[in-house]
Design a protein around this ligand. Structure first.
Ligand SMILES: Cc1cc2nc3c(=O)[nH]c(=O)nc-3n(C[C@H](O)[C@H](O)[C@H](O)COP(=O)(O)O)c2cc1C
Length: 519
């Protein structure tokens, strides 16, 4: 049995010359959509008045402006003011189909969230206390219709909240209050991604989930709804409440909405539904799937609660201490025009690889704008975060080279002036187009130290955060009319060496971006 993410990462590392070929078995191609048959379905209305915010403003927002900030909820006047149309906006902003391509083996629906190999392993659920348009229940989001399928009459919020607060002994008053809180859940179906990526798939499931989670967080921010991201919960309790067979499908992230004082509050049911286990099972995969036990092992190994991070660490000196010449990142860089709103960027986000580094160059102010998207105080969650480096080529006002970002101090320093984008492209399984990108962001972590400090669950936090930041970059780049493509396929140690990373650090994710041909 593997003990933590560092072992899993090592076991699933790609090494040049040691990769076995893998042909896709089309006879076993997993279904793209989970099927809940014969359940009540509630059509989601077409959202109106979608937010006009710019992404760059949205990520800066704290909740001092939100409806439910700083409220100390009084149980008699607690409200969430979430309607069916709010849910429609929320889900459509999280994951909506944006394009379709048809090929000989079937069709692919592209979505506002990126996904490794366009395999889209995620499913979305909401536990909802009920209002005039939508009865209480546990719902599955059907993104093609779009609709919410009621898979249980019981919202199960008490069970979820008990699973989330396993270290806190909730009073019955808290439970009653929490039972009114809508809970959003993101699950992943192992085989959808393992079909192509086999044992390495758990990395991609977490990164993919980070992309969708970030969309959900941005949607809630733009709707001014306060929330709490929950990544540390009792897996078995949550998976059972959703009636998952956890060998195939598992919950990876949840969001619980925070109450705010009722204004024009809707009437919620006085009586909470009795706890029942009546959740309908959906069919997550075709019968002839292939099992990859390593995926279940790493999920199991990382299912323990997150430690509070107070443990002494053997590598206690942060990487950034080794450098001295730091450039500050201005909060409000004087920049070029921002072309698209956040919602427009969502609907137009696609992976683009036709970089033209030589044809036009980026200004350093554009880089500052993008770096502002990565500053971690806006991730709305504590716990381990990945380190970030970026390789810059041909940026006006900045020397070429590899830089280390220090998010907490809002600055960056030159790591290596000789790092070449071609060497990074070679380390990324020779994906040559990468060398033409003006910027390559590398997310990396000391996985052993993170596990020592925060426990094995840190592996999920780090990869989810890398995925979230990757989604922010995609959206920011789309707003600026540039191109972006994420890269999860690389020779792990070769990439670490090309980025001059100390031996204890592993790359998690790479995101390339810059000017592209054909706007
Ligand atoms: C976790 C992850 C890893 C990815 N790895 C690669 C990669 O190594 N090479 C590549 O060309 N694209 C990669 N992509 C981009 C996906 O192929 C792309 O998101 C997918 O085909 C869907 O297309 P879209 O982004 O245009 O919607 C990756 C995307 C994600 C989210």
């Amino acid at each position: 049995m593997i003990a933590d993410g560092s072992q899993y990462h090592w076991l699933t590392a790609y090494t040049r010359g040691r990769m076995s070929g893998h042909q896709l078995d089309w006879a076993k191609q997993p279904a793209f959509f989970k099927d809940y048959q014969n359940v009540p379905s509630f059509t989601l209305p077409r959202p109106e008045n979608l937010p006009q915010d710019s992404l760059f403003e949205l990520v800066k927002k704290d909740f001092s402006t939100s409806k439910n900030a700083n409220s100390s909820p009084n149980l008699d006047s607690v409200s969430y003011n979430l309607s069916l149309s709010d849910l429609a906006s929320l889900f459509i902003l999280t994951s909506a189909p944006t394009a379709k391509s048809t090929f000989s083996q079937g069709e692919i629906w592209y979505r506002s969230n990126a996904s490794a190999g366009a395999l889209h392993p995620l499913e979305f659920y909401v536990s909802f206390p009920g209002d005039a348009d939508l009865p209480p229940g546990l719902y599955h989001y059907d993104l093609l219709k779009p609709a919410l399928n009621r898979i249980s009459r019981n919202p199960s919020s008490t069970v979820f909240n008990t699973a989330f607060d396993r270290s806190i002994s909730a009073t019955s008053a808290d439970l009653k209050k929490d039972n009114l809180a809508p809970v959003l859940l993101i699950s992943a179906i192992f085989f959808r991604t393992a079909w192509k990526y086999r044992e390495r798939a758990y990395r991609y499931l977490l990164l993919d989930c980070g992309h969708a989670l970030e969309n959900m967080v941005l949607a809630l921010r733009s709707m001014q709804i306060d929330f709490e991201i929950v990544l540390d919960f009792s897996d078995s309790c949550v998976n059972q409440s959703l009636n998952f067979d956890d060998q195939h499908e598992v919950c990876l992230a949840a969001l619980r909405l925070r109450p705010f004082a009722a204004d024009n509050s809707r009437k919620f049911p006085d009586e909470l539904p009795a706890a029942e286990t009546d959740v309908i099972s959906g069919i997550p995969h075709a019968d002839n799937f292939v099992a990859y036990p390593l995926l279940n092992e790493i999920h199991q190994a990382t299912s323990v609660p997150l430690l509070n991070g107070s443990a002494e660490n053997k590598h206690s000196v942060p990487l950034s201490r080794k450098f001295s010449d730091w450039h500050d990142i201005p909060c409000d860089p004087a920049t070029t025009t921002i072309f698209l709103s956040y919602v427009e960027s969502l609907s137009r986000r696609r992976s683009r690889r036709n970089f033209t580094a030589n044809a036009s160059s980026l200004k350093v102010e554009t880089l500052y704008l993008l770096l502002n998207l990565l500053l971690q105080k806006n991730l709305s969650i504590s716990g381990p975060q990945p380190e970030i480096a970026f390789c810059a080529t041909g940026i006006e006002g900045l020397n070429d080279g590899l830089y280390l970002l220090d998010c907490s101090r809002r600055c960056f320093a030159l790591l290596d002036s000789d790092t070449s984008p071609s060497a990074l492209a070679a380390a990324a399984l020779d994906q040559r187009w990468l060398a033409q990108a003006a910027l390559q962001f590398i997310f990396f972590a000391d996985l052993e130290s993170a596990a020592e400090k925060y426990g094995p669950r840190s592996y999920r936090y780090l990869n989810l955060a890398a995925g979230r930041l990757g989604q922010r970059l995609y959206l920011g780049v789309t707003a600026l009319n540039l191109g972006c493509c994420a890269v999860g396929a690389f020779y792990d140690r070769e990439l670490a060496a090309r980025c001059s990373l100390p031996e204890n650090y592993d790359p998690l994710y790479l995101v390339a971006l810059g000017p592209v041909a054909g706007k």
